[in-house]
Ligand binder design. Structure first.
Ligand code: ZN
Length: 366
């Protein structure tokens, strides 16, 4: 009896609420008007805000590109590297700028102690004979022009998108035609740096359930006529497994920062696989505890990279996330609506990620 009375009372309260002027006016609520893309909150918490202007340990940047126009730009880049503590930087010439490799080496020659050059595979003739010639070209780039590695290769589904001088449409990393090139890279001790896929949410429906929606709409990948996310991961895994003597660096955490467990399993399985952290601060610093755990566990297999120009603030943003215990801060230029927190990595882990792992690879692979 008591229960029935309670239900009647509760129902009246609900009805009263529905009929109230407030409910009728609900469409006028600010929440109904603010678009997610315009969400730009100000943090009000009285919590530490740490500015890290220089990295705690010297850095080897294993992921950058030919961003400059002139020698003066390179000089500025070197100054910035000095200021933030970067010893030397990988210039991967397979960038959208597309300057030929020879020209890159020539332009940077006066500063060559500050840069390491990475070249690309030549896919202009995919016949057996053509690939043999591409192997010879790779050897020449390595022996005569000082290329230390290959990359950045990239496949978001359609094939190697950074390939020069021709596009690498339908050329995936496990394509039987390019395996001689991958073996050659191993023989020459040139690591292959490759960008596989994009963060997982770029492949999910662009709707209200998509966690990374604000950024995902920009980088959404239409997989109607090409490989999807897991097929790409499989193609990468095939190449790594079939080429144990070639070292692979999966850029951007293999775009698998949503699943540290699975990424860790791959690292456990394949000693010839590394990951770099380039341009994935926002994709990892919204889950700081899980990311920290991953970075500590795989501290010998992670490389520092930037992939984002050479502005001072760009470097400092990364240092803040890796080094501090700051929490709940926004870096709007990363394009997500969520807040970030620092990893507060132990010194010995920072040293390895910033420097030692890269130095080991570059020395072993000289
Ligand atoms: Zn890149």
């Amino acid at each position: 009896m008591k229960k029935t009375l309670f239900l009647i009372l509760a129902a009246s309260v609900v009805l009263a609420a529905c009929n109230s002027p407030k409910a009728a006016d609900e469409s006028a609520s600010p929440v109904d008007k603010i678009l997610l893309k315009d969400f730009n909150p100000t943090v009000v918490n009285n919590i530490p805000v740490t500015e890290v202007k220089k990295a705690k340990f010297p850095i080897i940047d294993m992921h950058s590109h030919d961003y400059v126009e002139s020698a003066a730009d390179i000089e500025q880049w070197c100054k910035n590297m000095d200021e933030v503590g970067v010893l030397h930087t990988a210039v991967m010439h397979c960038s959208w700028i597309g300057r030929p490799f020879e020209e890159v080496v020539e332009l940077y020659a006066p500063y060559k102690d500050r840069f390491r050059f990475w070249c690309c595979f030549d896919y202009s003739d995919m016949s057996e004979e053509g690939i043999q010639k591409a192997c010879q070209l790779l050897e020449r780039y390595h022996n005569e022009l000082g290329a230390v590695g290959i990359g950045e290769l990239g496949d978001k589904g359609e094939g190697d998108l950074y390939a020069r001088p021709v596009e690498g449409k339908d050329i995936h990393i496990d394509d039987p035609r390019i395996q001689p090139l991958i073996r050659k890279a191993g023989e020459l001790k040139m690591p292959i740096s490759i960008h596989i896929a994009e963060p997982y949410w770029m492949y999910l429906p662009m709707d209200a359930t998509n966690d990374g929606l604000v950024n995902a709409v920009t980088w959404h990948v239409d997989t109607t006529n090409c490989y999807g996310y897991w097929k790409l991961i499989e193609s990468f895994e095939n190449a790594v497994r079939e080429n144990p003597n070639t070292l692979f660096i999966a850029c951007h955490y293999l775009n698998m920062s949503h699943d540290w467990v699975r990424l860790g399993e791959m690292l456990d399985k394949y000693p010839n696989m590394y990951v770099d952290i380039a341009a994935r601060v926002a994709e990892s610093a919204h889950t700081p505890r899980a990311t920290r755990e991953f970075l500590i566990k795989y501290q010998d297999r992670v490389l520092f990279g930037t992939d984002n120009g050479y502005e001072l603030q760009m470097y400092c943003n990364i240092f803040r996330v890796l080094e501090t215990n700051d929490e709940h801060f926004y870096i709007p230029e990363y394009g997500y609506h969520w807040a970030l927190s620092g990893f507060n990595l132990p010194d010995e882990v920072l040293k390895k990620i910033y420097h030692d792992n890269a130095e080991r690879i570059l020395n072993e692979y000289k």
